[in-house]
Design a protein around this ligand. Structure first.
Ligand SMILES: *[C@@H]1O[C@H](CO)[C@@H](O)[C@H](O)[C@H]1NC(C)=O
Ligand SMILES: *[C@@H]1O[C@H](CO)[C@@H](O)[C@H](O)[C@H]1NC(C)=O
Length: 356
């Protein structure tokens, strides 16, 4: 490609010889990128980027505002084009520079190889083997959930060997939506719990699911937040922390502490699983924002329960968001501890498109 060839010239030469070279340089410098400015990296990426020539010709008038690629979910393909994964992962960030501080400060993409590596290495525990016994406080209780697991299993007709994500996994037993499925129907899954005390207990249960001591980002990138664990199961995220505010540095106590958050999609990429039978979301207030970070076209979730009574946006906003992503509101669950809305994936959508 002409553009790719020219860009390989030393920058100074292209500045003086080719006006187009200057344009490319302006374009590169002004792109709202999070990428490493390493010229080797840029060169490599340009070669695969089929949109690039149009982008450059759109710069005919240098004063015109420079169009960037639409960044909706902060995904690698939005920054680097659809073929980004063909380049070696280390090209996007050398492993020795991949730290959690870097990932937070640079708002790395949800599926950035560095983000995925950090999760796998530091924030994810493997499921206990099936042969290992559970250690439960109430082993005789068949189903500790507040109605969710039977509602979901009715829809899924007692499916066996399913896969769940439970966000707000708490101690892995008390009011667990997924213990029944795992114990009696051989499901596995991912349990996410940001509360330190609850997570430590969860780790002792020998759940046959991945466990992760993180919170879910309310923005489409990794971030740190301050967490208020004063109120047990109702613990919630206090405020956004940019990692250098005073509250975060001198406020670390047993009940107020910093927690690392990742977008849910980052965790799904890290466990290499985008086909989910049941997704339960109960995080005392951030539900809508978390759901909004999700690139729904890249995952297939069959059923969901979402706690709605603590979200400032309200149930109607969540339902609108889910309906615009091919879900149907199935109903509500109202129990002593639970105000949840149930969604199911509209599996007839593809059929209707085919018929039309
Ligand atoms: C699912 O299992 C429950 C018992 O846990 C049973 O009552 C129900 O009839 C089963 N449903 C189906 C569709 O098999
Ligand atoms: C944490 O939550 C408790 C209970 O709601 C509240 O009393 C306390 O003021 C909160 N702490 C901070 C720092 O906001």
């Amino acid at each position: 490609m002409r553009f790719a060839h020219e860009f390989r010239l030393p920058t100074r030469v292209s500045l003086f010889v080719f006006p187009i070279g200057l344009m490319s340089l302006i374009y590169i410098l002004s792109r709202p990128t999070r990428m490493d400015p390493d010229p080797l990296l840029n060169n490599h990426i340009k070669r695969d980027h089929h949109n690039e020539p149009e982008q450059v010709s759109a710069l005919a008038t240098p004063q015109s505002p420079i169009e960037s690629l639409p960044v909706k979910f902060n995904l690698m393909e939005e920054t680097y084009g659809n073929n980004w994964a063909e380049a070696p992962a280390d090209l996007y960030l050398p492993p020795n520079e991949c730290t959690i501080e870097y990932a937070n400060a640079n708002k790395l993409q949800q599926d950035h190889p560095c983000v995925v590596r950090l999760i796998r290495r530091n924030y994810l525990f493997k499921p206990a083997p099936r042969s290992v016994q559970y250690r439960l406080a109430h082993p005789d209780a068949i189903d500790p959930s507040d109605g969710q697991s039977q509602a979901i299993l009715e829809i899924l007709q007692n499916k066996t060997n399913g896969f769940f994500i439970e966000v707000g996994g708490y101690d892995g037993e008390f009011l667990s939506n997924t213990l029944f499925m795992e114990r009696y129907l051989q499901w596995s899954g991912l349990l996410i719990e940001a509360d330190k005390t609850a997570f430590n207990q969860l780790r002792t249960r020998n759940r046959k699911a991945y466990t992760s001591p993180v919170c879910l980002s309310t923005k489409p990138y990794p971030m740190q937040v301050v967490y208020n664990a004063t109120v047990g199961t109702l613990s919630s995220i206090l405020e956004k922390s940019d990692g250098k505010d005073e509250a975060a540095t001198n406020g670390d106590t047993n009940s107020i502490y910093k927690v690392q958050c990742f977008p849910l999609y980052s965790l799904l990429v890290a466990i290499d699983r985008t086909n989910i039978d049941y997704f339960g979301l109960d995080v005392e207030g951030s539900e809508y924002k978390i759901l909004k970070t999700m690139p729904w076209s890249k995952v297939y979730v069959k059923t969901m329960t979402v706690e709605w009574n603590h979200t400032p946006e309200g149930e109607a906003a969540i339902t609108r968001l889910m309906e615009s992503n091919k879900f149907i509101k199935f109903g509500l669950i109202s129990m002593p501890y639970t105000r949840e809305v149930v969604y199911v994936r509209d599996f007839l959508d593809q059929y209707r498109q085919y018929k039309n």
